[in-house]
Ligand binder design. Structure first.
Ligand code: ADP
Ligand code: TYD
Length: 205
């Protein structure tokens, strides 16, 4: 495929949206066409699934239902949006992808990394990003940034031990996926972007 598929991963509040925008601005200034997107979401159908998943009232949602809904939203996202954009030569910047499910559902919800990988390989037909950036920050600090703003959605309101588990989960899957680049996200936005810029400047496509 002609385009470039960039995925940004990290705990809630780690600065993914902020950096996605800055990465997009950088490439736009070089004349590239950008498609910003996010998971769960990115298409009309996937955004509807997102509403169900994140609805604070859905407290009875089974973890397997949750995992399958994320995978369903992703299947639609990959086929309706990501692949066509890449085929047309765009740079796709997605906040979150399969790694989030491996970590949040596989490890956080204890459903198993292999089980989650299996349903997601089916959902994505094995599509792999060209670049994965992990925004590394202590979950407590990240959540303080986020909860301060809007009180948080269903996932953000999980207790801190869930978020710690998720953070440890990211550290664990990084061992399995050496392609994931770790960025120290506890610093200022300017310092973080200096590192990120160094990385994206050297991406060939
Ligand atoms: P995410 O998309 O990972 O949830 P956001 O980019 O939305 O994170 O950032 C969450 C909040 O933290 C926002 O209010 C944002 O302005 C702020 N923020 C982002 N990066 C930093 C940073 N490096 N230092 C301090 N605040 C930040
Ligand atoms: P969102 O607000 O998009 O993320 P963030 O708070 O990082 O900006 O919320 C998405 C939530 O869904 C977030 O808590 C992570 C979670 N999630 C999963 O549990 N599994 C997944 O596969 C994905 C994509 C997200």
């Amino acid at each position: 495929m002609k385009g470039l598929f960039i995925v940004i991963e990290g705990p809630d509040g780690s600065g993914k949206s902020t950096m996605a925008k800055m990465i997009g601005d950088y490439f736009q200034s070089k004349g590239k066409e950008i498609e910003f997107t996010r998971e769960p979401g990115g298409t009309a159908i996937s955004e509807k699934i997102r509403e169900i998943i994140l609805d604070k009232n859905n407290i009875e949602m089974d973890y397997k239902t949750e995992a399958l809904l994320y995978a369903a939203a992703r299947a639609q996202h990959v086929n309706e949006k990501i692949i066509p954009c890449l085929k047309s030569g765009k740079i796709v910047i997605s906040e979150r992808f399969v790694y989030s499910s491996l970590v949040y559902q596989g490890i956080g919800r204890k459903l198993g990394i292999n089980e989650i990988k299996t349903i997601n390989d089916f959902a994505t037909s094995g599509l792999q990003p060209d670049l994965v950036l992990f925004f590394d920050i202590n979950p407590k600090k990240a959540l303080q940034r986020k909860l301060g703003i809007n009180g948080g959605d269903r996932l953000e309101n999980e207790n801190i031990s869930f978020h710690n588990l998720v953070y440890e989960g990211y550290r664990k899957i990084i061992e399995y996926y050496p392609n994931i680049i770790i960025i120290d996200a506890s610093r200022s936005i300017e310092e973080i972007f200096l590192d990120v810029k160094n990385i994206i400047e050297n991406v060939k496509f």
